[in-house]
Design a protein around this ligand. Structure first.
Ligand SMILES: [Zn+2]
Length: 198
């Protein structure tokens, strides 16, 4: 079997194509990238990419009639609302593609592009009241891969949702609403509602 991470003649895989239409069940690794792709129909709330700059949450404009590609620089905290309910930071660049199509919108999120990265990925929450980042945890994914991070973040979401102390902003004491993980199959009624909230 061909190793998906190396070219047929050996060395890193530098060229490949992926269909944005088919989507992916998880985060397959290709070359030095962990890549997710998916799509939404026209009636669904579009995924919204935000970046955290200081204590300000800055929206990246969504594509309206045109495709956009947005690089998130490594070490920048970002979220993709409706896709996962935590904030994320990687030690490598992330690229977000948002493209309108005939039947809805198509998305791709690529993390990586550098040898042995991502090595560390963090998750945390941002207070909707004052913009303070809190409750962060960093996961070493170098050995076991990006799925290690996804599993840790899902567990983090579960703990966060059952403990009001964990959801309380250390700065302004606002209680963060319930949140949701990346894996929609694990949604409960409460996390499904949180995922759909504006
Ligand atoms: Zn706050």
């Amino acid at each position: 079997m061909v190793n998906p991470q190396t070219a047929p003649g050996g060395g890193p895989l530098l060229s490949y194509t992926r269909s944005m239409v088919e989507g992916s069940a998880g985060w397959p690794l290709q070359g030095d990238y962990a890549i997710w792709s998916g799509n939404l129909d026209q009636n669904a709330s579009p995924y919204l990419l935000h970046e955290l700059v200081g204590q300000r949450v800055l929206p990246v404009p969504i594509s309206s009639g045109r495709a956009i590609l947005h690089p998130v620089t490594r070490s920048t905290w970002f979220e993709i609302r409706h896709l996962f309910g935590y904030w994320m930071r990687a030690d490598v660049d992330t690229v977000w593609l948002d493209a309108p199509g005939e039947n809805g919108r198509y998305y791709t999120l690529c993390i990586g592009g550098s040898d042995a990265r991502p090595g560390e990925v963090s998750y945390g929450w941002v207070c909707p009241q004052c913009g303070t980042l809190f409750g962060t945890a960093t996961v070493d994914v170098a050995a076991e891969g990006f799925q290690t991070f996804l599993n840790a973040a899902e567990d983090g979401v579960s703990r966060f949702n059952v403990d009001e102390d964990l959801r309380t902003c250390p700065q302004c004491r606002h209680v963060h609403p319930l949140t949701y993980g990346f894996d929609q199959a694990r949604d409960t009624d409460a996390t499904r509602q949180a995922r759909m909230a504006i």
